[in-house]
Design a protein around this ligand. Sequence first.
Ligand code: COA
Length: 330
Amino acid sequence: MHAKFAGVGHFVPERVVTNHDLASLMDTTDSWIVERTGISERRFVREGQGTSEMGEQAARAAMKMAGVTPSDLDFIIFATLSPDYMFPGCGVLLQNRLGCATIGALDVRTQCTGFIYGLAVADAFIRMGMYKRILLVGAETQSMGLDLTTRGRDIAVIFGDGAGAAVLVPSEDDGPGVMETILHSEGSHAKELWMEVPTCLVPTTRTPELVAEGRHFPQMNGREVFRHATRRFVEAVDEVLERVGKTRDDVDLIVPHQANKRISDAVGERLGIPPARIVQNVQRFGNTTAASIPIALSEALQEGRVQPGHLLVLVAFGSGFTWGASAVRW
Ligand code: COA
């Protein structure tokens, strides 16, 4: 047995924030953002909406497609870097929102790679026979944590809010589903893309000092991230394909974490895979971190780009650094 996708769904907030809107808040331009990132607009939550609420909406869409109700679920995995609270995590908040039984709820903290790590855990639990219907959610509220002034413009223009979810169920070994997942990390680069505050390294009473220094905003070394991302995306695709005895030519669709259009274009070029076989929706949603792969997969399904028998590679790279890929037979 292994895990297969019984349902996939997504949710994005109503509020569209264009590059022009950002240019009214900071010293940037639509052309700079489009040229460097490919992004034209993104969605921002309304205040108080938050990650668990968006996760619930995406989860309900995925459950509808799978034909299951909250009482059918036996485990929840929730990937996010922007939880509603420091603790408890969004997993238990979602369990409460859905009103399911007192099933286990696990939070995954591997940033942009969160959905791939969560998928690996779900697949392993299903292979073990431990659970039969797992809800996997990636959801992110970036907008509330961004520095929307010129000081934060390198990061603020990239990120957006949204959620995606999947219901994973058992499938016969030779049936559709997750074939292999590979996971990696390299913590020596932790501070190339990170958020320092809130921190438990100093007493909370010192938080106002750190906030006054702007250390509660995410920080990124864009060039280093770009350099590592393009290399690791390619390596991860090749590694997972090798594990399942397939080649780049066998892949019907790559569903990459939507980091930035230039990164996905560079990866496609290095892999020799044409744009028609790579999902790109970063133009409309920006980088939604753990939510980006399930949102992209959900849209690709709605557009009929994923068909039974297709070989998909889901691949991500992000803060940590973390990266990973999953080969999935649809
Ligand atoms: N608007 C206008 N100018 C901006 C800007 C913005 N939003 N953000 C930065 N700039 C300026 C910089 O201050 C710099 O000015 P300077 O030359 O006067 O110092 C100039 O633009 C060029 O900055 P640089 O960092 O060299 O640009 P870049 O070509 O490396 O592009 C990124 C910046 C962030 C778009 C690019 O590095 C990138 O895509 N990195 C990967 C980011 C990513 O995908 N992160 C998520 C991974 S999961």
